[in-house]
Design a protein around this ligand. Structure first.
Ligand code: OGA
Ligand code: MN
Length: 276
């Protein structure tokens, strides 16, 4: 197995491994340690059936059911993320961290490219540990004492193809309260955990009061120098840690089809700076 860093901030390409085979303990440990160091890992030229992609994810943790989209029949935890030729909106089309409105948001997301447009449809990934490190000590201290409200409704996005089947969308949106600065359970790294799609306000504050600071934090966390831009090919697979990164799938390929499949593992209840 070979691990090549792709930028100075996050991302590495892992080669010399076939993800359709059950991984050895050594391979698993190497991948997890690279994941902690590089935050998002990319693999090329993988050949994965839906069942094989789900089996891969199972080796990294308990799987998480995505509440809003029906899974594949043969791999119920795997969902299809598709933009068709006639679609204008894409799934998750803004900077976000996956499903942070859940009590136990996902740890890993594993996304695999099945069909891609001839050009366009790249995904940006950014390091929220770097975003945290580059805040002033005063801001780090202030944020370290705060929690925030996260909601499935915030940021909209219900117009996408995936939600047309309307699974669970008539229920009140999922909501959770999480620390604004999150400690990674294995690496101990601290990360800025708010995101533009789901963070509504700080706890015990109004949306109006929270807005100026949240706006500043979104501006800060979206700075281009914290990001890496990944260009997909059919068979590419990305594995990102939602505890330390956010991502933004670019919607720049109208008229073309892009089909991905996604599976997530369950994370822990997020832990803040001062908590154990
Ligand atoms: C996701 C997502 C990114 C992409 O599946 O969570 O944000 O590039 N997708 O499609
Ligand atoms: Mn996403």
């Amino acid at each position: 197995m070979n691990i090549k860093p792709l930028s100075l901030v996050l991302g590495a390409e892992v080669s010399g491994i076939d993800l359709s085979k059950i991984l050895t303990d050594k391979q698993l440990a190497e991948i997890e340690s690279a994941q902690d160091e590089f935050e998002v890992l990319f693999f090329r030229d993988q050949d994965l059936t839906p069942a094989a992609q789900q089996a891969l994810a199972e080796q990294f943790g308990e799987l998480l059911e995505y509440p809003y989209v029906e899974g594949y029949k043969e791999a119920p935890y795997l969902v299809q993320i598709a933009k068709m030729e006639e679609d204008k909106v894409n799934f998750g089309g803004l900077w976000h961290t996956d499903s942070t409105y859940l009590e136990r948001p996902p740890a890993l997301t594993i996304l695999y490219a099945r069909e891609i447009p001839p050009l366009g449809g790249d995904t940006l990934f950014a390091s929220m540990t770097r975003a945290y490190e580059t805040l002033s000590p005063g801001m780090q201290k202030l944020l370290g004492g705060l929690t925030a409200v996260f909601s499935a409704e915030h940021g909209g996005g219900y117009a996408v193809r995936e939600f047309r089947q309307n699974k669970n969308l008539d229920q009140a949106p999922e909501q959770a309260v999480h620390p604004v600065i999150r400690r990674h359970p294995r690496s101990g790294k601290l990360a800025l955990f708010v995101n533009a799609a789901h963070t509504v306000r700080f706890s015990d504050m109004t949306e109006e009061e929270s807005a100026p600071i949240l706006e500043y934090l979104h501006h800060h966390q979206q700075r281009p120098e914290f990001s890496y831009r990944f260009q997909w090919q059919v068979g590419s697979l990305a594995m990102w840690d939602n505890r330390t990164t956010h991502h933004n799938p670019l919607n720049d390929y109208h008229g073309y089809k892009r089909v991905m499949s996604r599976v997530m593992t369950r994370g822990e209840v997020p832990v803040g700076v001062g908590q154990k």
